[in-house]
Ligand binder design. Structure first.
Ligand code: LLP
Length: 389
């Protein structure tokens, strides 16, 4: 089964470009809202996955908050109309201007990753006569069983404050008069498909709730980060991640007192499946050992295969010829510019249109201009009418 894309429209557009099916995005968001209705849950969309304003508008309209990791992302969230009281600001290295921007907008909360950062936010908030709402990012030391480059919740990673240092933080708090600790924050990694990881996180959360209650600190907000994985192999069969199974874990294993809220920072699971990178075949090259399909898109448009060895399904939208084996590569002058090796695809010809699927998250936003290439443009299903009859 291939995606139902407006191929006739694609033929008139210069490639490569990103195509976003906003119906898939809307259905994804409405499934999230279904699953969390009547619960004291708030989902913040992790802007790092994709800041395309056309997507941000749909996400904002669905009522989600934002999880930002830079001043640029805070500005993009605000420009998209997301209310500052729904914006969380995370990141191990917040610069002073970024902290000031967040303070000026009175955002919901800073997710703080170290003691020195707490001290700087306290000082900057003090000079504005403000109190900064803070969630302490705790490193829960949980193995997310995912790619090592996107694992974050182990003690060996640079993220968060270790539980052993929490006593030190708690004793420092009375001296930080411009900091109000309202919660704790975790994030253990990305593309997590083993649901027991989230169950382990809930167990750790309960231990931490007890630690703070015993320390006489009443927290209102618990933020369990993002990380829910998507199905890269079968995007047509699983266009919407299993949010029911995901939220069920938190409903079953987190105990919230009245007035307490559970926050989520989902990125990939919201936008990955709605996006595809659309590219044309430039050349089909028969090698000695292998045959190559050379596309006009490369790792400048989608770096995930080169950077993480990530798999993305590739469809030849304009060929029904029998499948043959190829290496699907880009035009960049580096041997890592490969989308897939030994890949079976409908026999390609010059000019065929390929869709590289599940590219809505960490695709367009990680594009570069290496080789002085242009950044990719984007089109949505709302802009291009459905498949012509
Ligand atoms: N919250 C925090 C603190 C994070 O660091 C991340 C992602 C998220 C939330 C969102 O996680 P998600 O729901 O998207 O898994 N470029 C890599 C992924 C890097 C993820 C970084 N942090 C990739 O292409 O796979």
């Amino acid at each position: 089964m291939k995606a139902n894309y407006p191929i006739n429209k694609f033929k008139d557009i210069d490639t490569p470009f990103y195509y976003y099916d906003l119906e898939v995005l809307r259905e994804t968001l409405s499934e999230i809202n279904n699953q969390i209705q009547d619960m004291p849950f708030l989902v913040h969309y992790a802007l790092k996955a994709n800041v395309n304003p056309k997507l941000l508008k749909v996400i904002k309209d669905a009522g989600l908050g934002a999880d930002c990791v830079s001043g640029g992302e805070i500005q993009a969230a605000i420009d998209a109309g997301i209310e500052p009281e729904k914006i969380a600001f995370a990141g191990v290295g917040k610069a002073d201007w970024e902290i000031n921007l967040a303070l000026d907008h009175d955002i919901f909360c800073f997710n703080v990753e170290s003691i020195p950062e707490l001290e700087v936010i306290n000082e900057l908030a003090g000079s504005k006569n403000k109190t900064a709402a803070v969630a302490l990012r705790i490193n829960p030391d949980i193995d997310a069983h995912t790619h090592h480059k996107i694992t974050t919740g182990l003690n060996e990673n640079k993220f968060g404050i270790n539980m052993e240092d929490m006593g030190k933080v708690v004793s420092l708090l009375p001296t930080l008069s411009n900091i109000n600790v309202i919660g704790v924050h975790f994030h253990v990694g990305s593309q997590i498909t083993d649901m027991t990881v989230f169950q382990d996180l809930c167990v750790r959360l309960r231990e931490i709730q007890k630690f703070f209650t015993d320390s006489n600190i009443q927290l209102k907000h618990f933020n369990v980060g993002g990380g829910l994985g998507v199905n890269y192999e079968h995007p047509n069969h699983f266009p919407i991640p299993d949010f029911e199974a995901y939220f069920k874990i938190f409903k079953a294993h987190v105990i919230l007192l009245p007035g307490q809220t559970l926050h989520f920072e989902l990125g990939r699971s919201i936008v990955a499946q709605c996006g595809a990178l659309i590219s044309k075949v430039l050349y089909v090259k028969e090698g000695v050992q292998k045959n190559f399909v050379i596309l006009d898109a490369g790792f400048t448009e989608l770096i995930r295969p080169a950077m993480y060895g990530a798999y993305h399904r590739i469809e030849n939208l304009t060929s029904e010829l029998p499948e043959e084996e190829y290496d699907v590569v880009g035009p960049i002058c580096e041997s890592s510019d490969v989308f897939a090796k030994d890949y079976y695809i409908n026999k390609p010809r010059r000019g065929d249109i390929m869709a590289i699927r599940t590219a809505g998250a960490y695709g367009e936003i990680m594009a570069s201009q290496y080789n002085l290439r242009e950044l990719p443009k984007s089109y949505t299903s709302d802009e291009l009418s459905p498949v012509d009859a």
